[in-house]
Design a protein around this ligand. Sequence first.
Ligand SMILES: *Cc1c(COP(=O)(O)O)cnc(C)c1O
Length: 495
Amino acid sequence: MEVLYKSTRSDSAPVTASQAILKGLSDDGGLFVPQQIPALDKSPEELAEMSYQEVAYEVMKLLLTDFTEEELKNCINNAYDAKFDTEEIAPLVEAEGAYYLELFHGSTIAFKDMALSILPHLMITSARKNHMDKEIVILTATSGDTGKAALAGFAGVEGTRIIVFYPKNGVSPIQEKQMVTQKGDNTLVVGIHGNFDDAQTGVKQIFSDKELAAEMAEKGFQFSSANSINIGRLVPQICYYVYAYAKLLKEEKIASGEAVNVVVPTGNFGNILAAFYAKNMGLPIAKLICASNDNKVLYDFFSTGTYDRNREFMLTTSPSMDILISSNLERLIYRIAGNDADKNKALMTALNGQGRYEISYDMKQQLNDFYGNYATEDETADIIRSIYNDCGYVIDTHTAVAAAVYEKYKAETKDDTKTVIASTASPFKFTRSVMNAIDTKYDAMGDFELVDELSKLANVKVPGAIEEIRTAPVLHDKQCEVDEMKQVVRDFLNM
Ligand SMILES: *Cc1c(COP(=O)(O)O)cnc(C)c1O
């Protein structure tokens, strides 16, 4: 069955998967969604016998239908290789009555690697398939983790350039150091004077600037996106939910057909949307538990049916979730609006204009698969400390938001369904916040002293990604105002 992709904002002609990956965002500003979601054609028992790479193929072949088997397998094998520090790629760790799906074993130690290690290969393959003769310019806004993962993926890839905008004062010290030490002539990293939403909005504006696009085309460039608005990032993220389920089955932690809950620390709504798609493909998932930090716009949305970004933007210890405009929610809104592009567009126009929208009663009824809650800064720190004290397992601040919300969910519902928690970053990426949560005595130590201390305390070797940046020279020190982003892009492309 061929799967085509259409925009959430108009009924313009659908495109193939490879075209959707190349474009990133639809010309009308909408996001590409699959016209139908195919069912898994292998049973969980069959999947349980497969490697990560094999499971990834079984999932991706159903959604990226214009890729040949050889193309897809090449992409998969080039992505999920020795860049990951474990052959399992995404190990499951049982702790405190839940299964932590560790998605941070790739080269930049955050879950973004799961998709961004394959996206460059999907993109280059897509370019070839569509006989594209232009250089691809990847434009990315990051709340800290996408930036480095995208840089690592695209650095040195022929036929591409990559520009990353991050909030200058909105990422962790380790995150910033990882990005500004990036090598590669085709890379540019810029700190903006604004928050993540400013960066994301700026990037979306550049994308939909028709004049600029025409000028770019003339000069031989075409924009694409490495953000989770690109379907080429969402599809690879579905794979690990399928893999986790198959693994639980293989290890006899669950019975055949038994449903599990999934808890996802959420920012842009990409990761949890991938879990929702997995459920739609037939994976036995019960509740999708959406965990937010103090920027709890999604919690409010799930409880009231009103999405309202008119509120203070909070800087938290889980910076990759400091987001008030969750882009991927649009794909869910479109879906619960009955795949009605006009209805969705009206809501998104309201979000752009008034910063809020309200969904209808009928739409809200379709959100029963989801449960939303949030964790405060204190609750986040408390759960890091208590899990460490109880069993010696150290989780990062984002994963801790999910763990804290899962506790609230259990207390509220008494639901004892087995549960997978998406563990989205290594604690080494947020060392200061993690160590402070465990004991305030660490406050006085330097960033890399803390790294060594964490290694001792958690009994985990310092990841290569951290060793790499200890002494690496800073190669990017550019900063700009939000309204200068377009000029920065022009300068980098000599336009
Ligand atoms: C990006 C990120 C998130 C949020 O994921 P979304 O797909 O944007 O919802 C959570 N945790 C970490 C560590 C991240 O890097």
